[in-house]
Write a protein that binds this ligand. Structure first.
Ligand code: ZN
Length: 443
């Protein structure tokens, strides 16, 4: 039903209904469950579902354990390891691995399997590595999937950072590593889970990032659910009751924002709305270019200056009527500082504030590593690298004029979100009485 018919769902953002469909992308399981779900025989000689009949196995003489070795078959044909005899199993390796079955071939294998639930006479049973047609094949899309079952990575490998650009290198590295392990470890080490390391990269390539198909979040949540059990006789009922109560309380509390919650920890940075500097305070001199940049920034964001900005732009436009909007804006940015200073000094009885603004900021700025404001704490990148949490990312919604090209005659003014990392936090002295002006610099 979820795949073919779907469910009617309301999308509140676009305010319209749409049909939501769901599909089973893959199952995440351990190895025995892999066998149950896929219908493949994961015990015995051909335990690898990807190599199938080409799985290379060895039955140990004394322990009778089946091991899966000969990973040299995955190496390139001319690799020097293939010629080594003594370090490996005593013979050179000339075999190459076959391509794994594709989705249609797998379906062909299981299509005609007739499962009969009764005792067979042993001799009549043909040995087949595919035991049954998995019930998932009833799903119309199931036979089209490349990877149907994923082994939860925590059973195969330890934490590893994978760069998608170097997947081929990683595959070569994995094969080389297995070959080296074959040199030093006894054959009994190579159970089927060790063999699966050669197929890990294939899973990355087909299924994408591993955090989308591992069980860590589910298993962590199991711990939370287990904590809900207070009556050992009625486990599931305990879980359900407590889950519903929690959900109801959370739902109610979001409708009562003004009330003081009992028993919940308070936010650490609550009630620090005023700016407050912390960590690594020092004084630095900045270059003339940077002073001009910060001066222009302050002027552009001060209400008293706005009439002067439009006056300046109008003057440029009347002096150069044929030039484009973009050129006018660039010209305004270049010449506004000098023009503004001249204008203010030439005008009599301007306010003290405008005079201070015209004089511009001091070349010495106080820098610091952290800043409290509006109930948040921000760190500069340098300070952030020392801490475990991330406090240096910022976003800004800014109105800006957008040009499609330098000759665009109809630029659009739109609000756009910009994202950045705080590199430095400066307090700029604008000749104000006591408090300076704090500017957070972001690159
Ligand atoms: Zn295999």
């Amino acid at each position: 039903m979820l795949w073919e018919e779907g469910v009617k769902v309301f999308d509140s953002y676009s305010e319209e209904n749409f049909r939501l469909r769901a599909m089973l992308f893959c199952t995440i399981n351990d190895f025995p469950a892999y066998g149950n779900l896929s219908g493949y025989s994961v015990k015995g000689h051909f335990a690898c579902l990807i190599c199938e009949e080409n799985t290379s196995y060895l039955q140990l003489k004394h322990g009778k354990k089946t091991v899966y070795t000969r990973h040299r078959r995955f190496l390139p044909r001319n690799h020097p390891y293939r010629r080594l005899k003594k370090a490996f199993n005593g013979s050179p390796e000339d075999d190459v691995v076959c391509r794994p079955s594709n989705e249609e071939e797998v379906y062909d294998h299981v299509r005609n399997i007739d499962v009969v639930f009764r005792k067979h006479k042993k001799k009549t049973v043909e040995k087949n590595i595919w035991k049954k047609q998995s019930i998932f094949f009833n799903l119309p899309y199931w036979c089209k999937l490349d990877v149907r079952h994923c082994i939860d990575v925590m059973h195969v490998e330890k934490h590893k950072v994978v760069n998608p650009r170097y997947l081929d290198d990683l595959q070569n590295e994995a094969i080389r590593l297995l070959c080296q392990m074959e040199m030093y470890f006894p054959p009994s080490f190579f159970d089927i889970m060790v063999h699966f390391i050669v197929h890990l990269v294939r899973d990355f390539q087909i299924c994408g990032p591993v955090f989308l198909r591992w069980m860590y979040p589910v298993e962590r949540y199991m711990k939370i659910l287990k904590g809900y059990v207070k009556n050992q006789l009625r486990l599931e009922a305990s879980i359900i009751e407590r889950y519903i109560v929690e959900e109801a309380i959370e739902f109610c509390s979001s409708y009562m924002p003004s009330c003081d919650p009992i028993g919940l920890p308070k936010k650490r940075h609550e009630n620090i709305r005023e700016g407050k500097r912390v960590r690594g305070v020092r004084i630095e001199s900045v270059s003339g270019k940077e002073v001009n940049q910060e001066h222009l920034y302050i002027l552009n964001n001060t209400e008293d200056v706005i009439p002067y900005i439009s006056q300046h732009i109008d003057e440029i436009k009347s002096a150069h009527p044929r030039m484009s909007e973009k050129w006018t804006l660039n010209e305004h940015n270049k010449s506004f500082l000098a023009w503004f200073k001249k204008k203010i000094y030439a005008t009599s009885n301007v306010s003290e504030n405008l005079l201070r603004l015209a004089r511009g900021p001091n070349t010495d700025v106080i820098t610091f590593g952290g800043y409290y404001i509006n109930n948040y704490l921000f760190y500069s990148k340098e300070e952030d690298d020392k801490s475990r949490v991330q406090n240096s990312g910022v976003t800004l919604h800014a109105e800006a004029v957008h040009f499609s090209s330098s000759k665009d005659k109809n630029p659009i003014t739109a609000s756009i979100s910009y994202f950045g990392i705080i590199q430095e936090i400066w307090e700029i002295d604008c000749h104000q009485s006591v408090n300076g002006l704090t500017v957070i610099l972001v690159w």
